[in-house]
Design a protein around this ligand. Structure first.
Ligand code: G3P
Ligand code: MG
Length: 252
């Protein structure tokens, strides 16, 4: 996730989730239409060990169902409505599988898969193996990065397949005082990811000194985008890719 010569990369957070229901094909389509450089999504495992795209542990907030993602098979979760909560216009939108998103994402759009883990070692190993298989099968290894707040998970994935690009997500309660390069140890992480309020100059300096890029979330206003660009942030993770791209191109 290196910035090009002119502007930071624009990453559509859960797709274009400000204008369409998060983590749905509609949101990813809007992100592609907006010409986002990268699409970010959250991945979890279903009861039948399939990879499904959902942020929360439970389906309640973003679908008409109830319970944990882990309680559903892929087929059962695909039968839920994942669009109506956002707007009646998106009624019938489904919870997609990771495979379905990979299929619809055209070149050269990049993919940032954020792995949501639940602390179970065996489930996490299965998740890491399945993610690698998905990326390899889709031949997307050159345009995919896997990130997670769970650094033990990232180390496991890196051990299994050291070629997959990795992003470390910063969790201050645990990581405070640790620099991006220290957090990257054992994962070979190429990117440090943190929220806007967590970002410090020393993070940017350390990451760049060690050949890492910096990505920041969630960047939804023009003013925020300009400030972070000035601070040397390489990628802006936003719910409004169209707005942020327009504001950055006006700066050229
Ligand atoms: O990957 C950046 C961001 O997505 C992390 O937070 O909660 O939106 O998945 P969250
Ligand atoms: Mg995420």
């Amino acid at each position: 996730m290196r910035a090009d010569l002119h502007r930071p990369l624009v990453v559509a957070h859960r797709g274009s989730s400000g204008t369409a229901p998060e983590n749905t094909i509609a949101a990813f389509r809007e992100a592609v239409r907006a010409a986002a450089d990268i699409v970010e999504l959250d991945v979890r495992m279903s009861r039948d060990f399939e990879l499904v795209v959902m942020h929360d542990r439970r389906v309640d907030r973003t679908t008409n169902g109830s319970g944990c993602v882990w309680d559903y098979t892929l087929e059962e979760i695909a039968a839920l409505d994942a669009g109506r909560w956002f707007s009646p216009r998106f009624k019938g939108e489904q919870v997609p599988s990771l495979r379905a998103v990979m299929r619809m994402l055209p070149l050269p759009v990049g993919l940032n898969i954020e792995a949501k883990t639940d602390g179970d070692t065996r489930a996490n190993t299965a998740l890491a193996e399945s993610l690698i298989l998905h990326i390899r099968e889709a031949r997307m290894e050159r345009r995919t990065m896997v990130s997670s707040f769970d650094h033990a998970f990232l180390r496991r994935l890196h051990r299994i397949d050291p070629e997959i690009a990795i992003g470390v997500l910063y969790y201050p309660l645990r990581d405070f005082g640790r620099s991006p390069s220290v957090l990257a140890r054992g994962t070979g992480a190429v990117t440090f990811v943190c929220s806007r309020s967590q970002l410090r100059k020393r993070h940017v300096a350390d990451a760049h000194a060690h050949g890492m890029s910096v990505a920041c979330y969630t960047v939804d206003t023009v003013r925020q985008a300009r400030a972070l660009r000035k601070a040397g942030v390489d990628a802006l993770i936003t719910n409004y890719p169209q707005r942020i791209l327009t504001s950055l191109s006006a700066l050229r």
